[in-house]
Design a protein around this ligand. Structure first.
Ligand SMILES: CCc1ccsc1-c1ccc(O)c(O)c1
Ligand SMILES: [Mn+2]
Ligand SMILES: [Mn+2]
Ligand SMILES: [Mn+2]
Length: 259
């Protein structure tokens, strides 16, 4: 679970590339583009950077990135029949493998003008991730992450999806620990050199989700909107480094704990 310095350096490089994919794709997220086209632009960019899209073929997933629109919670399959329209909220989830090391990140994009609820849901979801990032440092127990996220989300009237969690990452896509986004009693103490993702999925309505017949697409049961933000982070003794920090982020790339 604790990475060597040489591994951390490689994951930093993968993290910068994964973040660059989300920076690159932003200008293409417009009305009338298909999610298949967005997938292909990401796929080509990843290949041009001598890396591999980790989602393609992972447990049989058919595309290179996950694109989840509106009430899709996660694992949305890019499709030529899915055309973005004004008001949509879109999560693009990118995992790259570069020099055998993984990094995983996602964020929300707005298609043209979106309504107040969409904006508030995305803002609260991103802020819940940031609230967790701000308490992370070596020595704290893992459960503090889920407690911080769930409290923040519930205090703003939304709900946290419980079926999916963050995860250790490095030379494989999913490693220990499982990082729950809600209250739990995992007393594992965070240590310098641990690298994992935090990726809260937040629903505007109830937390329940359902998987579609395609075996992948996860939607909210009550058809309410859902948002997600994900970063790959490194635990340090002063806080955490955000290895997938990108320029649209509203938080500093290398956090120090508030004294
Ligand atoms: C499509 C990739 C995939 C397949 C099964 S779970 C999964 C996935 C997608 C996004 C993630 O951030 C993640 O950690 C896993
Ligand atoms: Mn991801
Ligand atoms: Mn992930
Ligand atoms: Mn969604």
């Amino acid at each position: 679970m604790i990475k060597k310095e040489s591994e951390i350096e490689k994951i930093r490089i993968s993290g910068k590339l994964a973040a660059k994919v989300l920076e690159m794709i932003e200008e293409y997220v417009q009305p009338d583009i298909s999610t298949e086209e967005l997938n292909n632009i990401c796929h080509d960019f990843i290949n041009q950077n001598n890396a591999i899209p980790a989602c393609l073929g992972y447990h049989g997933f058919p595309k290179s990135v996950c694109i989840s629109v509106n009430d899709v919670v996660c694992h949305g399959i890019p499709s030529k029949n899915q055309i973005l329209k004004i008001g949509d909220i879109v999560n693009i989830d990118v995992t790259v493998i570069k020099d055998n090391y993984y990094a995983d990140t996602s964020k929300m994009f707005f298609v043209g003008k979106t309504n107040i609820l969409s904006k508030r849901l995305c803002k609260v979801t991103q802020e819940s991730l940031y609230a967790a990032l701000n308490i992370i440092k070596s020595g704290i127990p893992l459960f503090k992450i889920g407690e911080t996220i769930e409290n923040y989300v519930e205090n703003h009237g939304f709900s946290v999806v419980k079926e999916y969690c963050g995860h250790g990452i490095g030379s494989s896509f999913h490693e220990e620990p499982h990082v729950l986004h809600y209250k739990n009693n995992n007393k594992l103490i965070l240590k310098e050199g641990m690298i994992f993702t935090i990726e809260p999925m937040v629903n505007a309505g109830k937390s329940e989700v359902k998987c579609m017949k395609d075996g992948w697409t996860v939607k909210t049961k009550d058809h309410s909107l859902s948002a997600q933000y994900e970063h790959t982070i490194l635990v340090t003794n002063y806080g955490c480094d955000i290895l997938t920090w990108h320029k649209q982020d509203k938080i500093l790339p290398s956090l120090t704990t508030s004294l």
